[in-house]
Design a protein around this ligand. Structure first.
Ligand SMILES: [Zn+2]
Length: 308
């Protein structure tokens, strides 16, 4: 089966290079326009997220990275359930809980500072960049610890149990893992008092990067790999081999991996023809259904370490 857009055509190459930057800039800008015109923040971000997801789904069929990853591996019900629980139901409880937990720290910091710390008077694009950096600062370590502390790995293994990468399995996460990731990601932004439209725009960027990390689209990033932890970089993070997967921990950005020595990109560092082969966990008996994956972190033997 050939790609729907003819491979090696000018259109194919253009879309390969242009898709990510256009969606990356277009999504938060659309949210900015809609919310600025009075649309509900929560509803706008969810509707835009669904629209962006459907665009990624379409693109996977137009120009797939691996054609067999476009076909169900018996994983759609699990991923769908996981996405609804972790990304729609859980945040309803998590957001107020984290804000309440951190409220004391937020107030204490602003008193020490002598006023609001978050630079609300900055241009919104500068606030967005600051938010991306401080969000990644916490989340980088949250993710790195999830790979190196056994009890955290037991929960994070659910995300790594997928046997193919496609846009929607960005949402395959155990609720405990999701809570840990959200806490480490939002720790500094909440403490510093980030709020309002910039948070919605940040969520838009996170949606684009999350889908770009897992999508089965043959994209090219070039120099953008200096900044964003997406496409090839995250595919290596899903490798079965621990020497490959225990790298590239950033949420949206790759800057902390570069800073702390966990940047791994053999296509650029070693050979452009190297590509990820096997992904997933070493344990062939790891549960594939949602309830089995909910229980797995509490069962002995499920957290079989990955192959070195
Ligand atoms: Zn991971």
């Amino acid at each position: 089966m050939k790609s729907i857009i003819k491979e090696n055509s000018a259109l194919y190459h253009f879309v390969q290079w242009a898709f990510f930057p256009i969606v990356l800039i277009g999504t938060p800008y659309l949210i900015y326009l809609l919310v600025g015109n009075g649309s509900s923040v929560a509803l706008t971000t969810y509707i835009v997220a669904v629209g962006v997801g459907l665009l990624f789904w379409l693109m996977e069929w137009l120009m797939p990275f691996k054609k067999h990853w476009n076909h169900s591996h018996g994983d759609i019900a699990t991923d769908l359930t996981s996405g609804i629980v972790a990304y729609i139901i859980l945040p309803i409880f998590l957001k107020p809980l984290f804000i309440a937990l951190l409220a004391g720290g937020t107030v204490w910091l602003s008193v020490q500072w002598g006023g609001a710390i978050w630079p609300n008077d900055w241009p919104v694009i500068a606030q967005l960049i600051l938010l991306l950096v401080i969000g990644d600062a916490g989340r980088y370590w949250g993710h790195r610890l999830a790979h190196t502390v056994p009890i955290l790995w037991n929960f994070h293994a659910v995300h790594h149990s997928t046997k193919r990468l496609y846009w929607w399995n960005a949402t395959r996460q155990h609720p405990v893992d999701k809570a840990w990731f959200t806490f480490t990601e939002m720790l500094f932004p909440v403490l510093l008092g980030a709020d309002g439209i910039v948070l919605s725009m940040y969520f838009g960027v996170t949606v684009v990067c999350g889908f770009s990390q897992h999508c089965n689209i043959n994209l090219k990033l070039g120099p953008l790999y200096w900044f964003f932890n997406v496409v090839d970089l995250h595919r290596w993070h899903h490798s079965k081999k621990i020497g490959e997967s225990n790298n590239n921990y950033g949420n949206n950005l790759i800057i902390f991996d570069r800073l702390f020595g966990t940047y791994f990109h053999p296509e650029r560092q070693v050979d452009p023809n190297l590509h990820i082969e096997e992904i997933g966990l070493l344990n062939p008996d790891y549960p594939e259904n949602y309830l089995g994956q909910l229980k797995a972190p509490f069962q002995k033997g499920m957290d079989k370490p990955q192959e070195d």
